[in-house]
Design a protein around this ligand. Sequence first.
Ligand code: SF4
Length: 245
Amino acid sequence: MSAPSSSGPPSAAGGRPSTALVRRARKVDRALAAAYPEARCELDFADAFELLVVTVLSAQTTDRRVNTTRPTLFAAYPDAPAMAAADRAHLEQILGPLGFFRAKTESLLKLSAALVADHDGEVPPRLEDLVKLPGVGRKTANVVLGNAFDVPGITVDTHFGRLARRLGWTEETDPVKVEHAVGALFPKRDWTMLSHHLIWHGRRRCHAKKPACGACPVSHWCPSFGDGPTDPVAAAALVKTQGPA
Ligand code: SF4
């Protein structure tokens, strides 16, 4: 692995991003796509309602745990009307393994009730409608848009933000500003898969505490190369390869 070929400021005078930065960012995305051809949403879902619900549930727990709970949850409450009328104690019991089950139960009851009251029980396919739903922010809305409706969306979770900064794409820390800064570097059609590539890489190699720099497919273009071990053997030991994170 070698040092980055270029770095420099994220954008020219805070305006449009420089051509060099755009090229570098797109090379990184292509390399991540090649390294992680299986990258996708790691939450299981069958339709937009399920994706909305499991994304809300994934806060403060792992996708793996949510995937384990999902079959029981949707067997009992397959759509918004059913979930809005759910027995609270039963819902709490199903969500118990996820932690914060009382708060999560309250979230799902309110969310389902709003879907029934305002959208005939269906999940709306527009960002401006999704973010008005209780407990749904831009991150969740973009996950649903990108993966259930094929509407391009950038999902700025903790991994995405950290990697965008490490890669020198932006210095912003506010998720909405990160979303706009990174969105300006890529064609809209690439936004959803870009999100998967970055999040996948963040979960498997570019960890918050010890990134596996010496085993990183994009180290050549990363100004933060060296934040983690650069020795290939030490770095390889940090790589996570098994299943959903
Ligand atoms: S693992 Fe290291 S080299 Fe790779 S993107 Fe993260 S900080 Fe950069």
